[in-house]
Design a protein around this ligand. Sequence first.
Ligand code: FES
Length: 168
Amino acid sequence: MNDELQKKVAVAIRDPQNIGEMPDADSVGTVGNSECGEMLRMWVKYKEQDGEKVIDKASFQSFGCETAIAVASLATELIKGKTADEAMELKPEELSGELGPLPPMKIHCAELVQGALRSALSPEDQTAGQAESSAEPANLSPTLQDSLNEGQSQSSGGLKINFLDEEK
Ligand code: FES
């Protein structure tokens, strides 16, 4: 990671925005990357604005990678006021926009955020983005830690976490 990016990531994670579970969320999505072991969960809450359903707020929990935390922090701010469709259109480079271009080895960090976001925004679409992810009602498994405690099971009957396919 170059120095400038490292500084921007450091600034972003010094005071990450919207971190933590959201008990009253309308939707939640979780993705994992089997290569690096990073997992990210995102909660979304909607509101009505000018007759449209838009994102009121979003939050996230993440383990590990600072870049994913920095991108998730930026992304949860960026999507406020957007419709689900508008937010679904956002590409990884748009979600990480303020950080500037990510090096190839860090692009998947932004893709992880995109995957979690798409999972939360489109619970019925299990093929959203590059993430085969799980989305479940917000009250089923409230924390990422719970998910991990469930053994990261893909079919435990509780939370299902699918891992992003690494194509690199
Ligand atoms: Fe894998 Fe950042 S190193 S998500």
